[in-house]
Ligand binder design. Structure first.
Ligand code: UTP
Length: 295
């Protein structure tokens, strides 16, 4: 315990095109779409903050500058709020902002795939382990997913991939891991396969979009050839790293919403809204009326 290099930095790849949310994503990055009243990216940054991450690295692309503005002080707005004595709103804005000097942005000049986006963060991350959070995945659980991963990392070191169980017949839709010996709140990973053909998956544990990776992944990604979808795939890089280094699966006990897809995004809105005491009653009432009307 304690002998593993600390995970201080988190990478958020936000350079994807978000084609599944066109036309909205013509002008608004997918990561800025709101779940209840917060942009999706805020949920993910909150999760990293809760896990003790100290430096936030965004890999952005063209037309994503609004994300940069979002993680900055909005001077005029705060001035007006102060003049109007809106204390609660001012506190809210300051709580959601990482400290000055702890946020970095780098550009992925072409969207060549997730593996390439991660590689673009190599100079900022340097020679240390880092967290990787896919911003379109947001989670609800008793313990934050990244917090649980950091706790497991204190025992296991190495690389960690968060996993969740799916219905076995759904396994062909996901990245799936092979399950080895138990370790902490997880297990050793023996293999990884992206979207296995039906009936061939090594388990029903799917990769849910949270990782702790050792910096050796960067050299692998540098030489990584294009894979599925003609993109540089992170999973292909991780498979190479698995030959030399340990990977543990952290079994996240909660629900992940894939906000990169319309159904996941709408479900996330419903789930997070129902978890809010201030709006739950009216939402429930509205749903009842809606469902009754649809009969
Ligand atoms: P997705 O597979 O969801 O792709 O990327 P996308 O482009 O964002 O969305 P669709 O499929 O066109 O609707 C998973 C994550 O990897 C990032 C995305 O921003 C998203 O957070 N990504 C993907 C990059 O940063 N760069 C890429 O080249 C590809």
């Amino acid at each position: 315990m304690g002998q593993h290099k600390k995970v201080r930095k988190a990478v958020f790849p936000v350079a994807g095109l978000g084609t599944r949310f066109l036309p909205a994503t013509k002008a608004v990055p997918k990561e800025m779409l709101t779940v209840v009243d917060k942009p999706i990216i805020q949920y993910v940054v909150d999760e990293a903050m809760e896990a003790g991450i100290e430096h936030f690295v965004f890999v952005t692309g063209r037309s994503k500058h609004v994300i940069e503005d979002y993680f900055d002080i909005q001077f005029e707005l705060e001035h007006t709020l102060r003049e109007r004595n809106k204390k609660a709103e001012i506190t809210l804005l300051s709580q959601q902002l990482p400290k000055a000097g702890t946020v970095s942005f780098t550009r992925q000049q072409e969207p060549l795939g997730l593996g390439h986006a991660v590689w673009c963060a190599r100079e900022i991350v340097g020679d240390e382990p880092f967290a990787l959070l896919l911003p379109d995945m947001i989670m609800r659980g008793e313990k934050g997913c990244m917090k649980g991963m950091i706790d497991l990392y204190a025992h296991s070191g190495g690389n960690i991939v968060a996993v969740e169980e799916c219905e076995p017949e759904q396994a062909h839709k996901y990245g799936i891991v092979g399950v080895g010996d138990a370790i902490g709140e997880g297990f050793r990973i023996t293999s990884m396969v992206e979207k296995p053909a039906k009936g061939t998956a090594p388990s029903n544990f799917f990769i849910n979009g949270r990782y702790i990776l050792q910096p050796e992944i960067f050299a692998i990604l540098e030489n990584q050839e294009r894979g599925a979808g003609n993109e540089i795939q992170l999973t292909d890089g991780m498979l190479k790293l698995l030959r030399d280094q340990d990977f543990a699966g952290y079994h996240f006990r909660g629900t992940t919403y894939d906000c990169g897809a319309k159904d996941g995004f709408i479900l996330a809105n419903v789930a997070f809204a129902l978890a809010r005491a201030d709006i739950r009653p009216s939402i429930e009432e509205g749903f009842k009326a809606l469902l009754a009307g649809l009969k």
